[in-house]
Design a protein around this ligand. Structure first.
Ligand SMILES: [Zn+2]
Ligand SMILES: [Zn+2]
Length: 147
């Protein structure tokens, strides 16, 4: 189950809809990512972490911002998490600690994308988003769940 967010610019009306977290249709993605990580597609560090430590490959839809051009994007990120839960969510599901994530790059300019909203611990930035059109701070509302 994921959460839906709406970011809206109070000045020019620009809006961004983001469905974050993980839906039921994302299970196949975890398998795909796991195979790719084990194969070495994401570099030796992640490959070693998955092969030699008590970990699993996790995925979650996250919101990122390009550090070069400022483009926002929602994409399924790849995290390596420790098998031992560190906390519990309000709904009783486990929170896992992530200690490595794959790099993601901007589809527009190829710049590095930084994750700013996610349901994965340590991959969040509480600062408000800026409107890409007029640079005003956007309002953020959480408006529902999806699966
Ligand atoms: Zn605006
Ligand atoms: Zn970019």
């Amino acid at each position: 189950m994921g959460r839906s967010y709406l970011f809206k610019c109070p000045k020019c009306g620009y809006s961004l809809n983001a469905e974050l977290g993980m839906g039921m249709a994302d299970n196949w993605l975890m398998d795909k990512y796991e195979k790719e990580v084990k194969h070495g597609d994401y570099g030796p560090v992640l490959q070693k972490a998955v092969r030699e430590e008590d970990t699993f490959v996790n995925t979650a839809r996250v919101l990122g911002v390009c550090e070069s051009c400022g483009e926002y994007s929602v994409f399924p990120s790849l995290f390596i998490c420790r098998n031992e839960p560190v906390d519990e969510n309000e709904d009783g599901s486990s929170v896992f600690e992530s200690f490595a994530s794959a790099d993601h790059f901007c589809v527009k300019c190829g710049g590095k994308v930084r994750i700013i909203r996610s349901d994965v611990k340590d991959y969040n930035d509480p600062s408000p988003l800026t409107c890409p059109k007029c640079h005003t701070e956007m309002e953020e509302t959480e408006y529902g769940l999806w699966d």
